[in-house]
Design a protein around this ligand. Sequence first.
Ligand SMILES: Nc1ncnc2c1ncn2[C@@H]1O[C@H](COP(=O)(O)OP(=O)(O)OP(=O)(O)O)[C@@H](O)[C@H]1O
Length: 313
Amino acid sequence: MSDGEAGAPPPVIDVQGVTKAFGAKTVVDHIDMCVRAGEIYGFLGPNGSGKTTFLRMLCGLLTPDEGTGTCLGFDIRRESLSIKREVGYMTQRFSHYEDLSIRENLDFVARLYGIPKRRAAVDQTLEQLGLVERQRQLAGQLSGGWKQRLALAACLLHQPKLLLLDEPTAGVDPKARRDFWEQIHGLAAKGLTVMITTHYMDEAERCHRLAYIARGRLMTRGTVEEVIERAALATFEVRAGNRPELIARLRSAPAIAQVVPFGNSLHVSGPDRRAIEAVLAEQVGSDSAWKQIDSSLEDVFISLMTEAERAPR
Ligand SMILES: Nc1ncnc2c1ncn2[C@@H]1O[C@H](COP(=O)(O)OP(=O)(O)OP(=O)(O)O)[C@@H](O)[C@H]1O
């Protein structure tokens, strides 16, 4: 599986065989990754698949049990201090002081990290993220979307070269998520590299490239188009309404890897188009009720997750 091309910008993250176990459980299992300067790289996978653990190893917060590589040109095992200086890491549980304003929160973070020319750094970050008008507003009164923007601002104060964002938009409404992504694309256009975890498919589609892991193992990576193409998954839309007995019958057919309800229809997928057609012809009847459609990223991810769950450890 190639992860980059000739003539591409230099890698900002370049790691091989990164592995971490907690007790007997291997949480990150021999992951290779190459992310290039200015890329927005999506890191996806089901809950508990090891994404946060991997991010923590990249930025020097956790030492891998196995594996080698560099982040921002620094060795992930030996130079974690240098890495931390140049990485902005937005964790899932970003906290701020509710009774301090946006400006006061940023000033506090700048003090904490000993950022030189603190006032100028705060001014610049407020400007950069469109927070100037709201700088006196108390953080506790902000909507979810503005809170996320404050969190992003706090990560940018020290002008990192790499942003690691762990589910930055969880629970944020679609408009605020869109605004957040505008910011991310703007930052990447200026040369910042961004690695982002998300469970939202529309966000995955906004990444330049992405990787999908399940149970700590890398299942696929590439552009959205490459990931869908490589999966070679045949998907059919079955317009059969809500029929639990039909769903159960389809799921029991060996040719069918997954059946997922989508509104009034079902998405039925598997590796062998003809074999699925044979099952549908038998189970659904008239072929006017079903047709082949393009597989979506979500269809592919669900299929990969199922594959990972079935694989022996
Ligand atoms: N410090 C730790 N000690 C023991 N187990 C841990 C530790 N940190 C994480 N784990 C376990 O490792 C597994 C992977 O967790 P991780 O947080 O990396 O997954 P994730 O993909 O980020 O999940 P989510 O999408 O839910 O955030 C989980 O089973 C978790 O309980």
